[in-house]
Write a protein that binds this ligand. Structure first.
Ligand code: NAD
Length: 324
């Protein structure tokens, strides 16, 4: 059995490292280096790369003559030069399904934090201000209409959980067949603008691309109910941040739960962060103890499957290379 080397770039859960080490013929090297210059020097003898967030550029790919697979720890792959990999016939894999449950649960958390007024009641209780409860400010969500925009891995998990709360689920995803949406007991939304005025909660779960940039802008926010909530755990830029700030400040919508921003880390002076009717988190929706272990294991298995030439297409970003 030929000896092979896998380079892990960035920190991953031990579960993934252990899985790679079950193979006697594989040596594992772990690096914290992220700089292109440093990585070029490290890849000359690697057969597989498992990468967290470092950029994998064409120079790094060129410097790795034995490279057979690149495995992303996560589902996004903007950080990897896919074209350079495809030219060499090298598959790029993603850790599909690793964090969908975590992101879905975080979405429900943001909905509940806003509807239940978590921050304000927490402050009141810490100050012994129990009279604060005399004028109700929180809401039930069980009778809400939820619009899920993007019905993929995460959107479907959000729908399942929201249904359990009793919410009526509406789905806008032009790329998912009607029967898939119907099978989840959800209503199909054909026209986003027609649906927005009816919704109590709108949650975004599509990718960021040319088509979805500012999918939710001032016009769409203007169509929403004044008591509506907007949640974005997908990508910054799908929601127009300036328009959202204006809509929240002028009471066009009631609140927003935001995990993702156009610029990350956020600048503390970002106007959205100054509003009380916003709950934010630092792009951590997909990062839980459980998802970290699961994602590391899936990413490591993808490396092994890549080295064994046994990759399942559904994990591969450039499946055309598998036919070569
Ligand atoms: P997915 O590919 O499984 O699903 C995305 C869905 O969006 C697909 O069904 C697709 O048809 C749909 N879609 C595409 N264009 C659309 C449009 N114009 N309008 C409506 N729907 C459209 O992706 P996923 O794994 O469910 O991820 C969803 C989003 O969550 C992505 O933006 C991803 O980057 C993000 N994400 C965030 C975190 C986090 O920590 N916050 C973690 C993982 C993923």
């Amino acid at each position: 059995m030929p000896t092979m080397k896998v380079l892990i770039i960035g920190e991953i859960n031990q579960t993934g490292i252990n899985l790679l080490k079950t193979r006697a013929n594989i040596t594992v090297e772990i690096t914290g280096a992220h700089d292109e210059h440093d990585l070029v020097k490290l890849v000359h003898d690697v057969d597989g790369i498992l990468v967290r967030s470092a950029l994998i550029t064409s120079s790094i790919i060129e410097a790795a003559p034995s490279l057979k697979v690149v495995s992303r720890h996560g589902v996004g792959f903007n950080s990897v030069d896919v074209q350079a990999l495809s030219l060499r016939g090298i598959p790029l894999t993603i850790a599909v399904g690793g964090n969908a449950v975590s992101v879905a649960e975080h979405t429900l958390y943001l909905i509940l934090a806003l509807a239940k007024q978590g921050k304000r009641y927490d402050t009141a209780a810490r100050h012994g201000d129990f009279n604060f409860r005399n004028t109700p400010i929180s809401h039930e969500i069980g009778t809400s209409r939820l619009l899920v925009i993007g019905f993929g891995r995460i959107g479907t998990q959000v729908a399942r959980r929201a249904s359990a709360f009793g919410m009526a689920i509406h789905v806008y995803d032009p790329y998912v067949p009607d029967n898939v949406i119907n099978d989840h007991g959800a209503q199909i939304v054909q026209n986003l603008n027609d649906a927005l005025p009816q919704m109590d909660i709108v949650s975004v779960h599509c990718p960021l691309n040319e088509e979805t940039k500012h999918l939710i802008g001032s016009r769409e926010l203007g169509l929403m109910k004044p008591n509506a909530l907007l949640i974005n755990t997908a990508r910054g830029g799908i929601v127009d941040e300036n328009a959202l700030h204006d809509a929240l400040r002028h009471g066009q919508i009631a609140g927003a739960g935001i995990d993702v921003f156009v610029i990350e880390p956020t600048n503390p002076s970002l106007n959205l962060l100054k509003l009380d009717n916003v709950v934010v988190s630092p792009h951590c929706a997909g990062v839980t103890v459980e998802s970290s272990a699961r994602t590391a294991e899936i990413a490591a298995q993808n490396v092994l499957n890549g080295l064994d030439s046994k990759l399942d297409e559904s994990f591969v970003v450039n499946p055309e290379v598998l036919q070569q």
